[in-house]
Ligand binder design. Structure first.
Ligand SMILES: Cc1cc2nc3c(=O)[nH]c(=O)nc-3n(C[C@H](O)[C@H](O)[C@H](O)COP(=O)(O)O)c2cc1C
Ligand code: SF4
Length: 550
């Protein structure tokens, strides 16, 4: 038996499938066999990696070569030249940067970028997500076997606590502590929920895990269930994520078939099973108590807390709710130990963070980097700089519920505590990078418009406050703002934070606070001088105008 020397992957997203990915795959199979290379070259389908009409793609590792718009007719030449003779077929090769940046990490493999440290996305794009065997040969279900055979539930919780893992759903709550709360809560019946609603605009990190490595989530949820004493779990997936839902369903069926879900897992007396619940597009249903209401069949409105889900969650039973990315760290921590995990990232925020990079940069897409990297590094190294040499003005983190980060915080380490100390929030991992053409008043208006629509309406500060803030911002952009708007926006920001029932209302005021704290002169120019310095707002075109600090 020869060693595998090369791995060939064929993209299998819907566009690729429509453009004949399966025929390309079959032709590759046939040609690899014809050249007697089938023991040296592994061939798999992978999930969505491209977006720009260059599908289907054929990716060759370890060379990190990508061929685009491949047809079955191209295959004999590619196999003979590249896989047999080792010469890249340049006329079919495309750059990773042609692919909206989503495979920029391929270049990292060749050393042109500092390599990402992949834990959460370890398997994504490298294994066939529809084949449990591929997951298993890549260390899959080893961690589950280890906890069930060698560890007690409390040792499992201690391992997660010692690792310092913190929730990646936005708040950064210590994961092991949450597990301990659920474990210690009274009650025979307990649940584990994976929050895969991912409704933050511009965020698609969880989707990639669900589509590209669904068994990781099953394995992590089963470990969590063992640790806290649950026997039933739900994965609440954003309804628009059709491919993720179908891959998750398939993975659950395979895990059941292999005895990795269901009764007496690994021959032990531990039993656990999973259900999928698709969301219906409401942003608020990502909030854990609204999500629980939604699973129960009620209107997705947040509950008042306490009690917290850890003691009274789904059907009033103790319930563990964790984000997809949080869970995706769990098997690796169990396999490699907490010390290994703590060696990555910063002391108070160990591990990596997955970011979706969007906006005015040269390379957009998904990266997984150690906690503590700075925004400047993300922009210069991974996003390949600002688009067309433009100047960085601000970043908006977290989709809608994060912060507006000014250039003065570009060198602040991106970890939970450093950002908290700087008065900003990391959010869930979307990074919208904006250049000087973006107007902060317009940006805040877009965000408040989102919150205005997505407020569930249960409490007044959020239902009315978001509407009033949006109206004030609209007036300002139309040139009819009044000086007192500055105080009113600050007051609304404070009241949203202090009086709202849930995180949606509490964070909705952040854009107001941030633009007043960091870009006050620009807001004042709109109100007092009736000038939009960037020329974005409806009231004015760009005028030759210089304001301090802009
Ligand atoms: C309005 C709103 C939307 C949220 N959306 C999500 C979401 O889509 N995914 C998620 O994991 N957490 C979301 N959260 C946070 C969850 O309430 C919860 O804190 C999280 O799922 C806990 O998981 P973690 O401890 O692993 O971070 C949202 C919170 C709020 C207030
Ligand atoms: S803060 Fe907003 S979203 Fe949250 S419960 Fe109140 S109205 Fe609903």
């Amino acid at each position: 038996m020869k060693a595998i020397r090369s791995m060939v992957l064929v993209s299998s997203d819907p566009d690729s499938m429509e453009r004949g990915a399966l025929d390309v795959f079959s032709k590759l199979q046939q040609q690899i066999k014809a050249y007697d290379l089938d023991e040296e070259i592994s061939l798999s389908m992978i999930s969505d990696v491209s977006k720009k009409g260059r599908d289907p793609l054929v990716l060759v590792y370890p060379d990190a070569v990508i061929y685009g718009s491949v047809t079955p007719a191209d295959i004999p030449h590619i196999v003979e030249e590249h896989l047999y003779k080792g010469r890249v077929v340049e006329e079919k090769q495309i750059s990773p940067y042609d692919l909206s940046g989503r495979v920029a990490w391929l270049s990292a493999r060749k050393g042109t970028l500092p390599a990402e440290n992949r834990i959460v996305l370890k398997n994504v794009g490298l294994i066939d997500p529809e084949d449990i065997d591929e997951y298993i040969i890549n260390e899959g279900y080893q961690a589950l076997g280890k906890v069930l055979k060698e560890m007690t539930p409390s040792e499992t919780i201690s391992t997660i606590k010692d690792s310092g893992l913190r929730g990646r759903g936005g708040a950064g709550f210590p994961t092991g502590l949450k597990w301990q709360f659920v474990s210690g809560a009274k009650g025979e019946k307990k649940y584990v929920i994976c929050n895969a609603d991912e409704s933050e605009p511009g965020t698609f990190k969880d989707r990639l895990v669900l589509e590209g490595d669904p068994h990781t989530i099953i394995e992590a949820m089963t470990i969590a269930a063992y640790a806290v004493g649950a026997d039933e779990g739900f994965i609440y997936i954003r309804g628009e994520y059709g491919l993720a839902i179908s891959r998750m369903k398939k993975a659950i069926a395979q895990a059941r078939e292999y005895g990795l879900l269901g009764e007496n897992i690994f021959g032990t007396d531990f039993s656990f099973d999973l259900h999928i619940h698709a969301g219906a597009g409401a942003y608020i249903c990502g909030e854990e108590t609204a999500l629980i209401e939604s699973i129960e069949g009620n209107r997705g409105e947040p509950r008042s807390r306490p009690p917290y889900p850890t003691t009274k969650g789904l059907w009033q039973k103790p319930t563990l709710v964790n984000n997809v990315e949080t869970l995706a760290n769990v098997p690796a921590i169990i396999r490699n130990g907490p010390e290994w995990y703590k060696s990555i990232g910063t002391p108070s925020s160990p591990g990596t963070k997955v970011y979706t990079i969007l906006g005015n940069v040269n390379v957009t897409g998904l990266i997984e980097v150690p906690m503590g990297i700075t925004l400047r590094e993300v922009i210069s190294i991974y996003a390949k700089g600002m688009k067309d040499g433009s100047t960085f003005k601000l970043a908006q983190t977290g989709g809608s519920s994060g912060s507006i980060i000014p250039a003065s915080l570009q060198d602040t380490p991106m970890d939970f505590d450093s950002y908290n100390k700087a008065g900003v929030s990391l959010g869930s991992g979307a990074l919208l990078i904006c250049n000087e053409d973006v107007c902060v008043v317009d940006l805040a208006k877009v965000l408040l418009n989102f919150f205005r629509f997505e407020s569930c309406g249960k409490c007044n500060p959020c239902r009315i406050g978001n509407k009033r803030a949006y109206e004030i911002l609209s007036n300002i952009t139309e040139g009819v703002g009044a000086p007192k708007d500055l105080d009113d926006l600050q007051m609304l920001s404070d009241q949203l934070y202090d009086l709202s029932n849930c995180g949606l209302g509490q964070t909705a005021g952040s854009p107001l606070h941030d633009i007043l704290a960091h870009f006050r002169a620009e807001v004042e120019a709109h109100i007092k001088l009736k000038v939009c310095p960037t020329g974005v707002c409806p009231m004015s075109g760009r005028r030759a105008y210089q304001i301090d600090g802009i």
